[in-house]
Design a protein around this ligand. Structure first.
Ligand SMILES: Cc1ncc(COP(=O)(O)O)c(C=O)c1O
Length: 393
């Protein structure tokens, strides 16, 4: 058989990425066992019916054709107006490209910034695809750890210290998955200064910006001198419960967006018009459902925190944002994976081992809030009891 490229081989056949526990939970569920799966960041409810209807209407109206590779004018205008309103940075549609989900945007930005062998700094714990995304673009991921003791707030000095002559970009994610941390202005100012000093791209993954419960989300693109070197990733997956629709965007300088359009020409050749029309309805009506979705996750966060607070052994990093809780299990197990496997075997609850998000979340587990309130609270109480009574020996 003809060979696979070195680049593709860099992302295939990687060692267990932590999804092993999840796949086992799914297999047990399929075999008829009563398993509660708290591992995935996907809503337990469907997309707002008005968005669904807009898609159906577009299909019925014959919108079955190619659309501009950058995304339709109306949707780009709606996204750029949203960014202008939320960040105060006047943003035009030429600084906006629509893509199939935030993940496609992440890959495209890495491809824009990185030459083969260049380094990209990512902050641990990180969203599970980050290292692979950098590798897929031919780059070398360089991890900078954040500490549980600092509530996983990054140190701009540690990030700056990781910069070498090969560094081309820094990838950050605030509000953050899995920790729920919202970067402070001071952190972002420090990271922005490092980018300016070393002429780097800052890729800012803001797919959770609509789900902030404590503190304030600041887009680093709005900081002084950053508009020309920041690429913002946005998405409707989390904000509008549209994970399966694949609608995201990248915001950046016009020339960068033009280059991304050339890249997407070779990949997606544009997005489905009926999906874009549906997305437009979601954005236009003042963020239909967006606030309700954020309120729901805030309520679930509070219930989960309350249930977990009864445990003598677990320590929870109360998330300021997003749809997850990162739980410190080190009082009973140095390995989040060992704890997650035992929890699945004995309590039939599936969670993500912290190690899947990088070494700095070792000894943690992540649960998602994408389960109905009472069931979630009950599962959290059982996780607490399990930890209090479990001995890893
Ligand atoms: C931090 C982060 N970035 C990007 C994504 C990808 O989102 P999308 O569905 O928009 O591709 C996710 C999905 O979980 C995420 O958690």
């Amino acid at each position: 058989m003809a060979e696979h490229s070195t680049r593709i081989r860099s992302i295939t056949g990687s060692e267990d990425d932590g999804w092993g526990v999840h796949y086992r939970a799914q297999a047990m569920q399929s075999a008829g066992e009563d398993v509660t799966i708290l591992s995935v960041g996907d809503h337990d409810f469907t997309t707002d019916q008005r968005i669904v209807d807009a898609c159906k209407d577009s299909l019925d109206a014959g919108q079955h054709h190619y659309s501009p590779v950058t995304g339709g004018v109306d949707l780009r205008e709606a996204v750029s107006a949203r960014i202008t309103e939320r960040t105060g940075v006047t943003t035009s549609q030429d600084e906006t490209i629509i893509c199939p989900g935030g993940q496609a945007g992440l890959y495209a930005c890495a491809t824009l910034a990185i030459n083969p062998g260049d380094e990209a700094i990512i902050v641990e714990p990180y969203y599970a695809t980050y290292a692979q995304t950098i590798l897929a673009a031919g780059g070398v991921p360089v991890c900078v750890a954040t500490l549980p003791e600092d509530g996983f707030q990054p140190s701009a000095a540690a990030i700056a210290a990781a910069i070498t002559s090969k560094t081309r970009m820094i990838l950050i994610n605030s509000p953050q998955n899995p920790s729920g941390v919202v970067y402070t202005r001071e952190t972002l100012e420090g990271i922005a200064a490092a980018c300016r000093d070393h002429n780097l791209w800052l890729v800012s993954d803001e797919v959770y910006e609509s789900q902030v419960y404590d503190g304030e989300h600041i887009s680093p693109r709005a900081l002084e001198g950053m508009t020309d070197r920041t690429l913002v990733i946005g998405s409707m997956s989390k904000s509008h419960a549209m994970t399966g629709w694949r609608v995201g965007w990248v915001i950046g300088p016009e020339a960068a967006i033009a280059s991304l359009a050339d890249l997407f020409l070779t990949m997606t050749y544009g997005m489905a018009p009926f999906i874009q029309n549906a997305a437009l309805v979601g954005l236009r009506e003042g963020g239909q459902g967006e606030k309700e979705i954020a309120a729901l996750y805030r309520r679930r966060r509070d219930r989960a925190l309350q249930a977990l607070s009864k445990s003598a052994k677990l320590k929870v990093h109360a998330p300021a944002a997003a749809m997850y809780l990162l739980i410190d299990v080190r009082a009973v197990s140095a390995s989040g994976e060992a704890f997650a496997n035992a929890l699945l075997d004995e309590e039939k609850i599936g969670v993500m081992p912290g190690e899947s998000f990088g070494a700095s979340a070792a000894g943690h587990i992540r649960i998602s809030l994408c389960t109905e309130d009472d069931k979630l609270a009950e599962a959290c109480a059982r996780i607490g009891d399990f930890a209090d009574n479990w001995s890893a020996a």
